[in-house]
Design a binder for this molecule. Structure first.
Ligand code: UDP
Ligand code: GLC
Length: 381
C-alpha cells in the first residue's frame, strides 16, 4: 500500500476536507493526515480510524480565504512546520497537499525531502476567487508537483488557463459512500422534528454561510414564491464570515421572512435533512469548483437546482437531471422553485434520473480506484 502523508490546513470540515476523508480511508494503515489547525475535522478522521496529527507547533492564522501572499509572508512562522513535514515525509512515499497552504508547505518540504508532491486542487483559479498574484504563486508551486488532481473539468481548465502544466493535471470527481444514502428516515419524521408542517414545501440550502455561496439569493427568491415555501439553511460560517451571517439575519427580518426561514447551523446528518427537503437549492454566485451538495441531493433523490457555472454544469443536465439557473439571478431561481412545485411528477422523474446517474458516476469505490491508479504512476516514476 502506498504510504501517504496527507496535508490539510483546516481543522474544520469544509468540502475539501470531507473529500479527503474518503480519499484517505483506504490508506488508513499506511498514512498520516497532518493538519495545520485543530478542530472537528480531526475528530471526524479519528472516528474513521484514520491517523491524524496536528502539525503546527503554534496556531498559524488559518482561514480558508486567507491569501497565499499572507501565507508566504508568514513563512518565518511556517518554517518549523515545513521542517516537521520534511522530516515526517521521509517515512512516506509521497506528500499529498489538499489545500493551498498545504501546497506551500508541501512543495517546500517535498523539495527538501525529495518526496514527490501531489496536489489536490479543489479551487477554480479564476480572478473571481483569487487575486492575480495569489493565482500565480499557486500555479507556480503546483507546477512543481508530480501530479495535480483537479476536482472537476472546470477546475482543470482554469488551472491550465492560469499557466498550469497540462501534462500533470487530471480531473477526478469527488466520490460518495452510496451506502450512507440508504434507509434514510421518512421526510414526515424529519419535518416533525424540525417543527415544519407537513404541507410546507421545503427548499433546502446546504453550504457554509459565505457570500459567494449565495444564501441571500435564496432568501430574496422566496419573496417571489408562494407563502407555503419554507427555506432551510443548513451550514455555518466555517471560515470567519460572521458579517455575512448577521446580514442574512437582517435580510430575513427586513423581508419579513422570519416564519419561512430556519437556520439550522452546521449539521452532520445532511443526508436525512436533504431527503426531507422537496428541493435542494445551490446558489453560488461565482463558479463552483465541484459542488458536493449537488451530488448529495441527487443521491438522496431530491430535485436540485444549481447555478450554471463551473463544476455544477458537469453535474446537471438541465431539464433531465435538474435545473441550472444563472448565478445571482433571483428571478430564474424563483422560477425553478415554482416549476418544481407546480410539476411534481416531472420533478420526481428528473430526481430519479439524477439519482441513477449519480450512483453510476460518483461511487467512492470507483473514484478511489481512479486516484490509486494515478498515485501509482507518481510513486513509480
Ligand atoms: N455540509 C455538512 N453540514 C452542513 C453543511 C454542509 O456536512 O451543515 C457538507 C455538505 O454536505 C458537503 C460539504 O459540507 O458535503 C460542502 O461541500 P461543497 O463542495 O458543496 O462546498 P464547499 O463548502 O466545499 O465549497
Ligand atoms: C471545495 C470547493 C467545492 C468542492 C469541494 C470538494 O471546497 O469549493 O466546490 O466541491 O472543494 O472538492
Amino acid at each position: 500500500m502506498t504510504k501517504i502523508l496527507f496535508l490539510d490546513q483546516s481543522g474544520k470540515p469544509g468540502g475539501a476536507e470531507l473529500c479527503l476523508l474518503d480519499i484517505a480511508k483506504p490508506y488508513q494503515d499506511s498514512c498520516l493526515v497532518g493538519l495545520f489547525a485543530d478542530g472537528e475535522f480531526k475528530q471526524l478522521l479519528e472516528k474513521q480510524h484514520i491517523p491524524v496529527e496536528i502539525l503546527a507547533t503554534k496556531a498559524i492564522e488559518v482561514r480558508k480565504g486567507s491569501s497565499l501572499t499572507q501565507g508566504l509572508s508568514s513563512l518565518g512562522q511556517l518554517l518549523p512546520l515545513i521542517n516537521r513535514v520534511a522530516t515526517l515525509s521521509r517515512n512516506y512515499d509521497l506528500i499529498y497537499a489538499n489545500t493551498q497552504k498545504a501546497l506551500v508547505v508541501g512543495a517546500i518540504a517535498s523539495f527538501v525531502s525529495r518526496r514527490p508532491l501531489v496536489y489536490h486542487l479543489h479551487d477554480i483559479l479564476s480572478l473571481d476567487h483569487f487575486s492575480a498574484i495569489n493565482r500565480r504563486i499557486a500555479v507556480n508551486l503546483a507546477n512543481r508537483a508530480a501530479l495535480v488532481i483537479a476536482n472537476s473539468q472546470a477546475s482543470q481548465a482554469a488551472f491550465i488557463a492560469a499557466g498550469g502544466r497540462k501534462d500533470i493535471v487530471e480531473f477526478v470527481y469527488n466520490g460518495f459512500d452510496l451506502g450512507s444514502y440508504q434507509n434514510l428516515p421518512a421526510a414526515t419524521k424529519i419535518k416533525q422534528e424540525l417543527g415544519i408542517d407537513e404541507d410546507k414545501f421545503v427548499a433546502g440550502h446546504f453550504s457554509r454561510l459565505s457570500p459567494w455561496k449565495g444564501q441571500h439569493i435564496l432568501l430574496e427568491a422566496l419573496t417571489h414564491c408562494p407563502e407555503n415555501i419554507t427555506a432551510l439553511l443548513v451550514g455555518d460560517a466555517l471560515f470567519g464570515e460572521q458579517d455575512y451571517v448577521q446580514k442574512l439575519h437582517a435580510q430575513v427580518a427586513e423581508l419579513n421572512l422570519g416564519h419561512r426561514v430556519k437556520f439550522l447551523g452546521f449539521r452532520d446528518d445532511v443526508q436525512s435533512l436533504m431527503a426531507a427537503c422537496d428541493m435542494v437549492t445551490h446558489t453560488s454566485t461565482v463558479a463552483e469548483p465541484f459542488g458536493r451538495v449537488i451530488v448529495e441531493a441527487m443521491l438522496c433523490g431530491t430535485p436540485v437546482v444549481a447555478t450554471s457555472a463551473g463544476g455544477a454544469q458537469e453535474l446537471i443536465e438541465p431539464g433531465k437531471t435538474g435545473w441550472l439557473v444563472a448565478p445571482g439571478n433571483v428571478t430564474e431561481l424563483a422560477a425553478a422553485i415554482n416549476d418544481c412545485i407546480n410539476q411534481p411528477e416531472q420533478s420526481a422523474c428528473m430526481a430519479q434520473a439524477a439519482n441513477l446517474q449519480a450512483i453510476q458516476r460518483f461511487d467512492v469505490a470507483a473514484i478511489n480506484q481512479q486516484i490509486a491508479k494515478l498515485l501509482s504512476r507518481v510513486v513509480n516514476i
